[in-house]
Design a protein around this ligand. Structure first.
Ligand code: IMP
Ligand code: MG
Length: 193
């Protein structure tokens, strides 16, 4: 497919774009929504000791954009989770590979996730973070897939509701590739089947 909607489209992104069946969210749409989330978080957490906690590696790009759109003082930290998947299907097991560094006691923790799919990863990370006794613990996920059967996790903030399709870009990978795409696209099924 031809690439569009990004300011780098004269660079050799085309080879990665060729693996997409469509662009779901352009760089501009994402930036606008991230700015809106930043405004809401800044208002909701004003006067509170906020910590944004990103999940490696999928939420890195989202976290780095969002933190600059949150205008109140806050800290950032990272946790690591590795989900073992077969192909592009859902996680079969989740291992925590990195705990947080900061002391969360009495602070307001906001988990920053790339995508709410089965909810398995989020549940494991939320259980771990709860042990650090934050005053509050909420979730902000850039994407949420429309799915019926999954772990019920309450998301305080959602960037975009998307269909149950496999997407890459803006931090999201397939076999560790495509994270650097500035937009989010649907990966062509022939890439993973
Ligand atoms: P979970 O099924 O909600 O536990 O999601 C586990 C992890 O799988 C997410 O944090 C993502 O890293 C990854 N994942 C789920 N759906 C997609 C997708 O459509 N594209 C890329 N990664 C995905
Ligand atoms: Mg992944």
């Amino acid at each position: 497919m031809t690439s569009f909607g990004n300011s780098l489209n004269h660079l050799p992104l085309a080879s990665m774009d060729d693996d997409l069946s469509s662009v779901l969210l352009t760089e501009g749409q994402i930036a606008e929504r991230v700015a809106e989330l930043g405004r809401r978080i800044s208002a909701d957490y004003a006067g509170r000791d906020l910590v944004l906690i990103g999940v490696l590696k999928g939420s890195l790009i989202f976290l780095s954009d969002l933190t600059r759109r949150v205008t109140i003082p806050h800290s950032i930290d990272l946790v690591g989770a590795q989900s073992y998947m077969s192909g592009a299907s859902t996680a079969e097991r989740v291992d925590v590979t990195k705990d947080i560094d900061l002391d969360l006691r009495g602070r307001h923790a906001l988990l920053i996730e790339d995508i709410y799919d089965t909810g398995g990863t989020m549940r494991v990370i939320l259980d771990m973070l709860r042990m650090h006794q934050p005053a509050t613990l909420e979730v902000c996920s850039l994407l949420s897939k429309k799915k019926r059967d999954r772990e019920g996790v309450d998301l305080k903030y959602v960037g975009f509701e998307i269909e149950d399709v496999f997407v890459v870009g803006y931090g999201l990978d397939y076999k560790e590739r495509y994270r650097n795409l500035p937009h989010i696209g649907v990966l062509s099924p022939e890439i993973y089947t």
